[in-house]
Design a protein around this ligand. Structure first.
Ligand SMILES: *[C@@H]1O[C@H](CO)[C@@H](O)[C@H](O)[C@H]1NC(C)=O
Ligand SMILES: *[C@@H]1O[C@H](CO)[C@@H](O)[C@H](O)[C@H]1NC(C)=O
Ligand SMILES: *[C@@H]1O[C@H](CO)[C@@H](O)[C@H](O)[C@H]1NC(C)=O
Ligand SMILES: *[C@@H]1O[C@H](CO)[C@@H](O)[C@H](O)[C@H]1NC(C)=O
Ligand SMILES: *[C@@H]1O[C@H](CO)[C@@H](O)[C@H](O)[C@H]1NC(C)=O
Ligand SMILES: *[C@@H]1O[C@H](CO)[C@@H](O)[C@H](O)[C@H]1NC(C)=O
Ligand SMILES: *[C@@H]1O[C@H](CO)[C@@H](O)[C@H](O)[C@H]1NC(C)=O
Ligand SMILES: *[C@@H]1O[C@H](CO)[C@@H](O)[C@H](O)[C@H]1NC(C)=O
Ligand SMILES: *[C@@H]1O[C@H](CO)[C@@H](O)[C@H](O)[C@H]1NC(C)=O
Ligand SMILES: *[C@@H]1O[C@H](CO)[C@@H](O)[C@H](O)[C@H]1NC(C)=O
Ligand SMILES: *[C@@H]1O[C@H](CO)[C@@H](O)[C@H](O)[C@H]1NC(C)=O
Length: 526
């Protein structure tokens, strides 16, 4: 895959931080609120939320299960709908993230982002072992609404799918907590979901009918939100499914997998990697990786894949996750890219588009100007071309079907977010502006940075409320590659909060090979 692994391994192997254990000081008993406005009844349970003193105008429901726990016999099966229940559920604390491990090498995210709540039990950000706050019973989502919201509010819903290369991430990632955004606008709801990761979300076992469980988890979350969000004050007919990185890839795949009944009215594809679908003609045995893990854990049943799977269901998830973490042999193994099963994941996406098999809603497609920023500028731009041209190509395919796409490019270079000179607008850094979490990154914050964040929040909200009018309300032009100069794309954060740039300027190399990247040089005088 185009990997974020480049970035993950960026700083090389630094010395491990010393083992560190949190000071779990006893904090005194808490009481759950009995206020009716913090108590939300749904078909699957009654959720008790809370107000955080920092943002008292935002109601938070941090743990809302949306499917049965995928444990025991349900491990490696598609998510199962929850039964009707009136159980009172404490939603004042995050549920566990899905099983994942923390790499040994420092990564951009561990170095420059605010301390991670994923590591909230005190482990080091390069501990090289299972994240202590992850667990297999992880299929929950979180809901943030304005405090005043009630079941008559009918607010638009931004349903976010986090990134993390298909192997890490989840609701608790601090840069992606939306309190600041919801508090500022008081006009929308944000939902963020967990979905199964790594071998648990992508079990490439021959014994299984469905292996694209990460995508099916996203679907289950959308179904739950569609069924129940009204009770929180949401409008189920106005859900935007959006995601970043692997979450963008899953959102993109979702539009192709559920064309007839997407349940979401609009989409946001923020920094989609060039592809997360396995190229079968490049792969000798797509089931080999699962088999290697099974064999390594003593589940060696030769060709009896059913026995192998059953055996693997008995192994502790910690052991499985740690086996993959520590595996350092040949052939290499990976559970990041998905098998094209031709039911949910399709090898030939062009054919899906041509057959009109894509969800109808309008979509945002965006990139950052230095997705995989490294010191080597040539390398940075070579990779950038792949990402930008992916957004361009999908926008063109959508336009052929009459589907609207709105583009943006994030080019901000603010010193508290990008403290090292080559970093610039690196992958994921736009999320800090949209969620309003840039201020938790230590360092100087300029007025332009604040204005740019507000502008990005307002543009995304305008799209969420009504894509048809964003041209008029905020000046976000519909992308049209056929228009003069290759169409218009917004650029955020380049010396001004927002401006238009042209396709010629950004991505001429996507359609005219005489323009090689690096991009961002005037191609055609305008
Ligand atoms: C743990 O935190 C408490 C309260 O902040 C403090 O009184 C105590 O000394 C700390 N314990 C250690 C071992 O640091
Ligand atoms: C709600 O909680 C308060 C204390 O926090 C208590 O006085 C009151 O009786 C409770 N009301 C109900 C209906 O349980
Ligand atoms: C309230 O929110 C702030 C900022 O997001 C966070 O630092 C703090 O831990 C939260 N407090 C609680 C009790 O969740
Ligand atoms: C929620 O309910 C409590 C208790 O009835 C009330 O004091 C508070 O003002 C309400 N908050 C909102 C935003 O309606
Ligand atoms: C819901 O909120 C609106 C606006 O804040 C308020 O006018 C209405 O009375 C509330 N409805 C209920 C059922 O609480
Ligand atoms: C898949 O791999 C084959 C063989 O390497 C290659 O010819 C083909 O272009 C690849 N397909 C895609 C969609 O990348
Ligand atoms: C920079 O990247 C380019 C393209 O990948 C590569 O050809 C070149 O050798 C790299 N330069 C250095 C100094 O590593
Ligand atoms: C970001 O800004 C710093 C400070 O002005 C500058 O030194 C650096 O070259 C910029 N980086 C990029 C990638 O534009
Ligand atoms: C971008 O250009 C369009 C078309 O000229 C215009 O309507 C819109 O206001 C511009 N947007 C910005 C942010 O300047
Ligand atoms: C590609 O760009 C070159 C240089 O500007 C130009 O001469 C050529 O006509 C362009 N080709 C196409 C197909 O637009
Ligand atoms: C920022 O804008 C200037 C022109 O104002 C342009 O030369 C530069 O390439 C842009 N930078 C990026 C990263 O888009």
């Amino acid at each position: 895959m185009y990997g974020l692994l480049t970035i993950l391994g960026l700083t090389g192997a630094l010395a491990l931080n010393p083992p560190y254990y949190a000071n779990l000081t006893w904090e005194g008993a808490r009481t759950l609120s009995n206020w009716s406005n913090l108590t939300v009844e749904t078909r699957t349970g009654t959720f008790i939320g809370f107000l955080n003193d920092t943002y008292p105008d935002v109601r938070q429901f941090l743990r809302v299960p949306f499917a049965k726990p995928p444990i025991g016999d349900l491990r490696w099966l598609p998510p199962q709908p929850l039964d009707k229940s009136s159980k009172r559920i404490d939603s004042t604390r995050f549920g566990p993230a899905c099983p994942q491990y923390v790499a040994t090498s420092d990564a951009l995210w561990s170095e420059y982002e605010p301390p991670s709540l994923l590591l909230n039990i005190g482990e080091a950000d390069n501990q090289g072992a299972v994240a202590w706050s992850s667990a297999e019973d992880c299929l929950s989502l979180a809901v943030w609404t304005p405090a005043y919201a009630n079941k008559t509010s009918s607010l638009p819903v931004a349903l976010f799918v986090t990134g993390g290369g298909g192997v890490s991430g989840g609701i608790e990632v601090p840069s992606q907590l939306p309190s600041n955004w919801v508090s500022r606008t008081q006009e929308h709801i944000v939902v963020t979901i967990n979905y199964r990761l790594n071998i648990f979300g992508n079990p490439k076992s021959k014994a299984l009918d469905e292996t694209s469980l990460s995508l099916l988890d996203v679907r289950a979350a959308v179904e739950w939100v569609y069924e129940n969000i009204e009770a929180f004050g949401g409008d189920k007919e106005n859900i935007m499914l959006w995601g970043q990185s692997q979450g963008a890839a899953l959102t993109h795949l979702y539009t192709l997998a559920f064309p007839e009944d997407p349940l979401a009215a609009k989409f946001g594809v923020i920094s989609q990697p060039p592809s997360v679908t396995i190229n079968m003609s490049d792969t000798t045995d797509v089931y080999a990786d699962f088999h290697i893990v099974a064999e390594g854990l003593g589940c060696n049943y030769g060709d009896d894949v059913d026995a192998e799977l059953e055996c693997m269901r008995q192994v502790s998830w910690v052991q499985i996750e740690e086996y993959i973490n520590r595996y350092n042999s040949s052939p290499s193994i990976a559970f990041t890219n998905y098998i094209p099963d031709e039911r949910y994941i399709f090898a030939d996406e062009e054919a899906r588009y041509q057959a009109g098999k894509v969800a109808r809603g309008p979509a945002i497609r965006s990139d950052t100007s230095r997705e995989e920023s490294v010191v080597n500028e040539t390398k940075t731009m070579e990779v950038e071309e792949q990402w930008v041209c992916t957004a361009f190509q999908d926008s063109v395919r959508r336009a052929r079907l009459g589907l609207d796409t709105y583009r943006y490019e994030w080019s901000g270079n603010f010193s508290n977010i990008s403290p090292v000179s080559y970093l610039g607008a690196f992958h994921w850094s736009d999320l800090m502006m949209i969620f309003g979490t840039y201020m938790t990154d230590a360092g100087e914050i300029t007025d332009l940075e604040v204005t740019t964040s507000h502008t990005m929040q307002d543009f995304i909200l305008a799209f969420l409320k009504d894509p048809q009018t964003v041209g008029a309300t905020v000046g976000w032009p519909l992308f049209d590659a056929e228009a003069p100069h290759g169409g218009l794309i917004l650029e955020f954060g380049n010396n001004t909060a927002v401006k238009n740039i042209t396709g010629d300027f950004l991505e001429a190399g996507c359609w005219n090979s005489s323009y090689s990247f690096p991009i961002y040089e005037p191609r055609v005088s305008s």
